[in-house]
Design a protein around this ligand. Structure first.
Ligand SMILES: Nc1nc2c(ncn2[C@@H]2O[C@H](COP(=O)(O)OP(=O)(O)OP(=O)(O)O)[C@@H](O)[C@H]2O)c(=O)[nH]1
Ligand SMILES: [Mg+2]
Length: 154
């Protein structure tokens, strides 16, 4: 698993910047691997308020170099009964979001970044909806090359 370093008390800001640049370059290399045919789909599931949407915004910040409020975080809707999915193609990034360093490093491969699905309103983990979603995802019933657009139409 590849992760961005968010903070480390022993590192200076410059060192953190350097570490994140190295990780960004590793991500670019992974995006460009010849044996990787289609971008992965990452489904974020979890209880209300655990930080799923915040994580999407953090990923976008780490990949673009700038904070955008794209995933609606901070709602923490206890008892929500409507399950919706927010789709973030290419980790929610558009080319114009990329700052100069990020443009240089992932400007030619950002479209190969994984797609993220943020499940919203999970105040009812034991519902039939969640069970069905887990069954198709964990059971492998969604073939690897299924497009997000196709899934959205289901
Ligand atoms: N301290 C702390 N707060 C966090 C963290 N992640 C999220 N939060 C806060 O927790 C609250 C809820 O976060 P969300 O990202 O909206 O949680 P969610 O899992 O998307 O919630 P739902 O969309 O309701 O399912 C927000 O006010 C965030 O600022 C974290 O890592 N640490
Ligand atoms: Mg959310």
């Amino acid at each position: 698993m590849l992760m961005f370093k968010l903070s480390d008390a022993t590192e200076t800001k410059d060192e953190q910047k350097k570490t994140n640049e190295v990780l960004l370059r590793e991500i670019a290399d992974l995006c460009k691997r010849e044996d990787r045919k289609t971008p992965e789909v990452i489904l974020l599931l979890g209880s209300t308020g655990v930080g799923k949407s915040s994580m999407v915004n953090t990923i976008i910040k780490a990949l673009t170099g700038k904070y955008f409020y794209k995933a609606k975080s901070g709602r923490g809707r206890e008892g929500s009964v409507t399950l919706t999915f927010d789709w973030f193609d290419h980790c929610g990034i558009a080319e114009c979001d990329l700052q100069s360093l990020q443009q240089e490093v992932i400007g030619d491969c950002w479209q190969q970044l994984p797609n993220i699905i943020d499940a919203d309103g999970m105040g009812f983990q034991d519902s039939q909806d969640i069970q069905e979603i887990l069954e198709v995802v964990l059971g492998g019933f969604i073939p690897p090359e299924t497009s997000i657009t196709h899934l959205q139409k289901l």
